[in-house]
Design a protein around this ligand. Structure first.
Ligand SMILES: Nc1ncnc2c1ncn2[C@@H]1O[C@H](COP(=O)(O)OP(=O)(O)OP(=O)(O)O)[C@@H](O)[C@H]1O
Ligand SMILES: [Mg+2]
Length: 221
C-alpha cells in the first residue's frame, strides 16, 4: 500500500522557546492503524494539529496523499480537512446545540440533502450508543457522552484519515472497549487511523505500530 501521510523532519517551536516537536519524521500507509504515545507534554496533540493544518510547522514538511501541505492555499484548507476526521482532546462541540446538530454540521456545509443527513446522523448515533439523545443540548451531556458525540461528528463524513486525540480519556472501561471496537471496524472498512494516547492499555495486545514521543522527539522512528 502507498503512503497516505509523510512527515519530514517536522519541528514546531512555540515562542519564546518551547520545542513541542523536534525533527519528527515518519510515514503512514493507507489503511494503517497507528498509535502515538508518550507522556503529557510530549507533543502528541501538537503533532495531530499540524497534520490537520490547524497549525503550521516551524520547519519541515508534511505530505498528505503526496501533496505538501505548505502548498495548500487558504481557500483549499476546508476541502483538505473534509478528507480528515478529528476527535479533539477537548471535544470542541457547540455546547448549546443539540447532539444531532453537532454531528450534522459538517454534512450541511457540504450541501448534502436533508433526508440523507438525517439517515447518516441517526445511524452513527445509534452505532455510538447515543440513540434517544438526538435533541439534547450538548451542555447537558456527561463527559463520556460528549466524547462519543465528538467521535460521531468526526466519522459521519467517512474520512480517509481519522485523527483521534485521547478519544477514550473520559470513558469507563466498558465504553472504552466499545469505542475501540468502532475504531477497529472503521479501520477494517479502510479508514486510516492515527490515535494519540498516553494510555498503554489502548495499544497493548493490539499488535499495531506504536510511535513513542518524548519531549518532542520520536524515540522509535
Ligand atoms: N499553543 C501553544 N503555545 C505554547 N506552547 C504550547 C502550545 N501548545 C502546546 N504547547 C506546548 O508544547 C508541548 C507539547 O504539548 P502537547 O499538547 O502537544 O502535548 P501532549 O503530548 O498532547 O500532552 P497531553 O498528553 O497532556 O495531552 C507542551 O510543552 C505544551 O506546553
Ligand atoms: Mg494532548
Amino acid at each position: 500500500m502507498e503512503d497516505i501521510l509523510t512527515l519530514e523532519r517536522v519541528s514546531k517551536v512555540y515562542e519564546p522557546n518551547i520545542t513541542a516537536l523536534d525533527e519528527v519524521s515518519f510515514s503512514v500507509k493507507r489503511g494503517e492503524f497507528l498509535f502515538i504515545t508518550g507522556p503529557s507534554g510530549a507533543g502528541k496533540s501538537t503533532l495531530l494539529n499540524l497534520i490537520f493544518r490547524a497549525e503550521k510547522p516551524t520547519s519541515g514538511e508534511i505530505y498528505f496523499e503526496g501533496r505538501p501541505l505548505s502548498s495548500l492555499k487558504k481557500k483549499e484548507v476546508p476541502f483538505f480537512r473534509r478528507k480528515i476526521g478529528f476527535v479533539f482532546q477537548d471535544f470542541k462541540l457547540l455546547e448549546n446545540r443539540s447532539v444531532f446538530e453537532n454531528v450534522a454540521i459538517s454534512l450541511e456545509i457540504q450541501g448534502i440533502g436533508e433526508d440523507e443527513i438525517r439517515r447518516r446522523v441517526l445511524k452513527i448515533l445509534e452505532r455510538l450508543g447515543l440513540s434517544g439523545k438526538e435533541t439534547q443540548p450538548v451542555r447537558q451531556l456527561s463527559g463520556g457522552e460528549k466524547q462519543r458525540v465528538a467521535l460521531a461528528r468526526a466519522i459521519v463524513n467517512r474520512p480517509k484519515l481519522l485523527l483521534a486525540d485521547e478519544p477514550t480519556g473520559n470513558l469507563d472501561s466498558r465504553r472504552t472497549e466499545e469505542v475501540m471496537e468502532i475504531f477497529e471496524d472503521l479501520n477494517a472498512e479502510g479508514t486510516t487511523i492515527i490515535l494519540a494516547t498516553h494510555d498503554e492499555a489502548l495499544y497493548a495486545e493490539r499488535h499495531r505500530r506504536v510511535l513513542v514521543l518524548d519531549q518532542g522527539r520520536l524515540l522509535n522512528p
